[in-house]
Design a protein around this ligand. Structure first.
Ligand SMILES: [Zn+2]
Length: 137
């Protein structure tokens, strides 16, 4: 992978971490991390409110909350051959979807195309501008 840096912590890091962290990884990796916790992850994440969806019941009191999606980036060390863009219900992992780079590009392009079909050009441009700003963060 060309988009990597040598994480100084990795040089003295856990034995299970045999390759440098991706450039976007902000994780602190420890020898005692359980297999499921051996993740490269980015500081970036986005919550997307879904006011048109049915509310979700949360907690012991089953209070209704607005459904929202959570989008983030991570890679399971040793389990995945590359990073994934993850889209999941923010209140549950029940509907989690993990996309490789090419798959995520396909989803993104399809979503943007759908936006362009149902909106005027100005809305599409504003949407693209929002995407561009996210990349600059
Ligand atoms: Zn890492």
């Amino acid at each position: 992978m060309t988009n990597t840096k040598l994480n100084p912590a990795a040089e003295e890091g856990p034995s299970w971490l045999t390759e440098p962290c991706p450039q976007w990884c902000v994780a602190t990796h420890r020898e005692e991390d359980m297999v499921d916790d051996r993740l490269h992850f980015a500081s970036w994440q986005r919550f997307i409110a879904l006011p048109s969806a049915a509310p979700v019941m949360v907690g012991e009191s089953q209070r209704p909350r607005m459904r929202e999606l959570l989008v983030y980036v991570e890679q399971h060390v040793g389990h995945e051959d590359g990073p994934r863009v993850v889209i999941t219900d923010s209140h549950s992992e029940e509907h989690e979807r993990r996309f490789s780079l090419d798959e995520a590009i396909g989803v993104g392009v399809a979503l943007f195309h759908g936006i362009s079909i149902i909106s005027d050009g100005k809305t599409s441009i504003r949407s693209l501008e929002r995407v561009y700003k996210v990349q600059g963060e």
